[in-house]
Design a protein around this ligand. Structure first.
Ligand SMILES: Cc1ncc(COP(=O)(O)O)c(C=O)c1O
Length: 400
């Protein structure tokens, strides 16, 4: 048998990688960037990240960490100082009572969710995911060998998932239910009563409830709430949190999990052989974010509210476009279904591609989130950009 040479060696990617796809939000960012670098003036509504700088006190803590040589390995699951800061802030804001043994620190909220699914999902386990969903959920579940069970929601009910719809999908193999409130991409905030009923169902049936609290501070009405604050739910609720959006720290890559100690231990094992610790200096900055002044959060929220109140009426005034009003997060999720099947566009993906190519506005197609008739517009960008981009979208739509 001849030995394969570099020229004859066939590149076979592992099956578990073939089971997942590239994050579509990242693909949109790359497409928009390519166009921009070729000299085109692109308005970018694709990026799901705050346009505000990281607050100065947090930046200073990162700089101080470098100057004080806090630049070496830390414990793989995060420093005790940061875990203490996480549990203390969660306790202060939501009335929870986690100990540091129930907390782990990962490289962003996405990594927390990845680690939790890898630590808990066995091949064939079912995971219930309400649609529209954040892109990453289905891929991390598939990567673990799990089966995604999608639960439809209705646009006329503001995309809020009902316990009845979830219950219909529960089987003996159901291991986990994902809830993301406020939601990316729809901005939906699950009514508290419904959330609690979903939790009760999970407790009764021995199913984990993974609550993605990424946008918990960006709520336009009422105060932030954590389902983990209910009594006797620690064995059911898995909190996935992050400092990325709350403190405008997307690039620092710090997220946290609040989970039973045995699960934190399982994640630690995985993390100790993959990333090891999250970046030391970013951990110091996150401590400052959680312990320092919190005034940047309401300031950002006020700005998002102003933008939402500008964006939604502009969208709904466009012919054929409908849009639910987001109650949280910073995304609008308009329905552009009236234009599908027209002008050669069969899907929201094609709509988004043409919008980028012809009107130079980057949005994420609804297919990425499990619904075919929508596009996601991030309004975490300046009023000037919103005005320019919405003018372009309107002109594009009127041309169809
Ligand atoms: C719903 C949701 N969860 C989690 C994350 C993860 O955030 P990060 O990994 O940047 O902390 C994001 C980021 O876009 C998100 O939208």
């Amino acid at each position: 048998m001849s030995t394969p040479t570099l020229a004859t060696h066939k590149i076979m990617i592992a099956d578990r990688i073939s089971a997942i796809s590239e994050s579509s939000t990242m693909k949109v960012a790359a497409d928009a960037d390519r166009l921009r670098r070729s000299g085109v003036d692109v308005v970018d509504f694709g990026a799901g990240e705050p346009d505000f700088p990281t607050p100065d006190n947090i930046k200073a803590a990162g700089i101080r960490a470098i100057e004080q040589n806090f630049t070496k390995y830390t414990p793989a699951g995060g420093t005790a100082e940061l875990k203490e800061a996480v549990v203390a802030r969660h306790a202060a804001e939501f009335g929870t009572s986690y100990s540091t043994s129930e907390c782990f620190i990962s490289v962003g909220g996405k990594h927390v969710i990845f680690n939790l699914t890898q630590a808990l999902i066995n091949p064939g386990d079912e995971v219930i995911i309400p649609t529209p969903y954040w892109v990453t959920y289905k891929d991390v579940v598939s990567y673990a060998g799990g089966k995604c069970v999608f639960v439809e929601t209705e646009e006329k009910n503001g995309f809020a998932v009902s316990v009845a719809a979830i219950e219909k999908q529960v089987t003996d193999r159901t291991k986990m239910v994902f809830v993301n409130s406020p939601s990316n991409p729809s901005g939906t905030v699950l009514p508290r009563g419904e959330f609690e009923t979903i939790l009760r169902l999970c407790v009764e049936r021995g199913i984990f409830l993974l609550t993605d609290e990424c946008y918990s501070h960006f709520l336009y009405d009422g105060s932030p709430f954590s389902i983990a604050s209910l009594p006797d739910v620690k064995n059911t609720v898995l909190v996935a949190g992050t400092v990325s959006k709350t403190y405008s720290m997307t690039g620092w890559r710090i997220g946290y999990g609040l989970v039973p100690a045995a699960i934190a231990g399982a994640v630690l094992k995985l993390q100790s052989h993959s990333t090891s610790n999250p970046t030391s200096i970013a951990q110091k900055a996150a401590v400052e974010a959680l312990r320092g002044p919190q005034d940047s959060v309401p300031l950002m929220l006020a700005e998002y509210r102003k933008r939402r109140d500008f964006v939604i009426p502009r969208l709904t005034a466009m012919p054929g476009v409908t849009c639910t009003t987001p109650a949280g997060a910073f995304y609008a999720y308009p329905n552009i279904g009236a234009y599908l099947g027209k002008s050669g566009m069969a899907s929201s993906l094609q709509f988004a591609e043409r919008l980028l190519a012809e009107a130079h506005v980057a949005v994420v197609p609804g297919e990425a989130f499990g619904t075919g008739e929508h596009i996601r517009i991030s309004y975490a960008t300046s009023m000037k950009e919103l005005e320019r981009g919405l003018d372009r979208i309107e002109k594009f739509i009127r041309s169809l």
